[in-house]
Design a protein around this ligand. Structure first.
Ligand code: TYD
Length: 204
């Protein structure tokens, strides 16, 4: 049995991830490729309960990191690995790169702590492809303020989001073989064509 592809989607808040996820879903549906679409924090009953706490309640950055990884541990064990092993593609709206970008980059949690937790819950598991929807912070904050009620992370200021973006770009530099950066200032048709090219390559 060939293991399913593990694809993760990342980016600063407001980079249009939700819109592109709908397109990615259509890509898989129209080609009849078996897949599941899931998200972090979340993806399981336990994870979705943890997500509610994370997005609502104030807490220290280490508590936040531990909860992200508690949800992730459950997600990997009960959803991600079993599906990959059955040959089903798993698309996750955010994964561990988000903990490096938000908790380490944004909030200063030591990288060593995040990487230690990563080793514990992931072992050898890494995404085959990570699409980073990148956007300058000025643009992402403007889009966020115009479109929705903000959660606890989205309410953070300019400097926080700048650090998150910089950390994502740094991660992309350090992991060139699995990262693909999409410039989210481009128009939607160009982005969708780019997504088709990346997916065709990843699934070939
Ligand atoms: P997101 O999927 O962007 O939610 P939505 O699009 O519905 O607003 O993720 C929720 C927030 O969680 C987002 O602001 C980033 C944050 N997050 C972390 O800080 N660390 C993590 O490890 C993960 C997975 C998410």
């Amino acid at each position: 049995m060939i293991r399913g592809k593990f694809i993760t989607l990342e980016g600063v808040d407001g980079a249009g991830k939700s819109t592109h996820i709908r397109f990615i879903k259509d890509y898989f549906e129209s080609r009849s490729i078996s897949y599941i679409l899931t998200r972090e924090p979340g993806g399981t009953d336990v994870g979705e309960n943890i997500r509610e706490i994370l997005l609502r309640d104030e807490m220290g950055p280490i508590t936040e990191s531990l909860l992200m990884f508690a949800a992730r541990n459950e997600h990997i064990a009960s959803l991600i690995r079993p599906n990959l092993e059955k040959g089903i593609a798993v698309i996750s709206d955010r994964f561990t790169d988000a903990s490096l970008a938000y908790q380490h980059g944004g909030k200063g949690v030591p990288k060593e702590l995040i990487n230690h937790l990563k080793g514990m819950v992931q072992a050898e598991l890494e995404p085959d492809l990570t699409i980073l929807f990148d956007l300058p912070v000025e643009v992402s904050l403007e889009r966020l303020n115009n479109t929705r009620v903000l959660d606890r992370f989205e309410m953070q200021g300019y400097d926080f989001h700048q650090r998150v973006r910089d950390t994502y770009l740094q991660l992309a530099m350090e992991n060139k073989s699995r990262f693909y950066i999409i410039d989210s200032t481009k128009n939607i048709t160009d982005i969708q064509n780019e997504i088709i090219t990346i997916m065709d390559k990843a699934l070939s």
